[in-house]
Design a protein around this ligand. Structure first.
Ligand code: GDP
Length: 215
């Protein structure tokens, strides 16, 4: 898919999130899972900084994407942190050295009121993609992140990265394991070979849904 893309803002909190009505697709995953590489591969440009970019790792980085055909939207790179399950009542929650900061950012990001309050009143389409490393199906942190994301009021899907690193046998086995662990069909992608990217684009474009009830 042809698209133009530009970096818009690194948001530290609700006050920095764009207030327009463009749909937002958030990418969530452990650091090093390949989020930046995937964003760059999707827009065919080096727009997201790969690996450690100090200062940007605790922020939600917004990229505005304008497909050659279709409506513009934001890809949002949420900070990569671990998740812990069952630590408190209320199920999965983000964990890690800056868990409180990330949790606040993530909760502000998915806040249904923000979606309902977007300019124009009709609400903002949103979706989330959880990225997991195809080599390591079922990491506790990934499963907890999925549990947490599914509790958010937005459509979500799971994408397994770096599938080029698997042998054919591993690929078949891991793919089955991933589908079963996450209980949804997990899409396999590689930025090295380009596998799965076109299909992922199609998913990204159709996944965002407006809030069920505009708050
Ligand atoms: P982020 O921390 O999630 O943004 O991860 P990066 O995008 O910086 O990627 C982490 C490392 O994984 C980098 O060395 C990338 O080159 C590598 N990587 C990312 N995606 C792929 C992939 O599809 N295949 C392979 N072989 N390596 C990848």
């Amino acid at each position: 898919m042809k698209a133009a893309a530009e970096f818009v803002v690194s948001a530290a909190g609700a006050g920095d999130f764009p207030r327009d009505r463009l749909p937002e697709v958030a990418l969530v995953g452990r650091s090093n899972v390949g989020k930046s590489s995937l964003i760059n591969a999707l827009v065919k440009r080096t727009i997201a900084r790969t690996s450690a970019a100090p200062g940007k790792t605790r922020l939600a980085n917004y990229y505005r994407v304008q497909p050659a055909a279709g409506r513009p939207f934001y890809l949002v790179d949420l900070p990569g942190y671990g998740y812990a399950r069952g630590v408190r009542a209320g199920g999965a929650r983000p964990a890690g050295e800056d868990a409180a900061g990330f949790r606040r950012l993530a909760e502000e990001f998915f806040d249904p009121r923000r979606r309902g309050a977007a300019e124009g009143g009709a609400g903002k389409g949103m979706a989330a993609l959880l990225l997991v490393d195809a080599r390591h199906p079922g990491l506790e942190a990934d499963l907890a992140a999925w549990e947490w994301l599914q509790a958010q009021p937005v459509p979500a899907a799971v994408v397994a990265t770096k599938v080029d690193k698997l042998t054919r046998a591993e690929r078949a086995r891991h793919s089955r394991q991933l589908d079963s662990l996450f209980d949804v069909p997990v899409r396999l992608v590689s930025v090295r070979t380009g596998e799965g990217l076109e299909e992922l684009w199609k998913l990204i474009v159709r996944l965002p849904s407006p809030p069920a009830t505009a708050a």
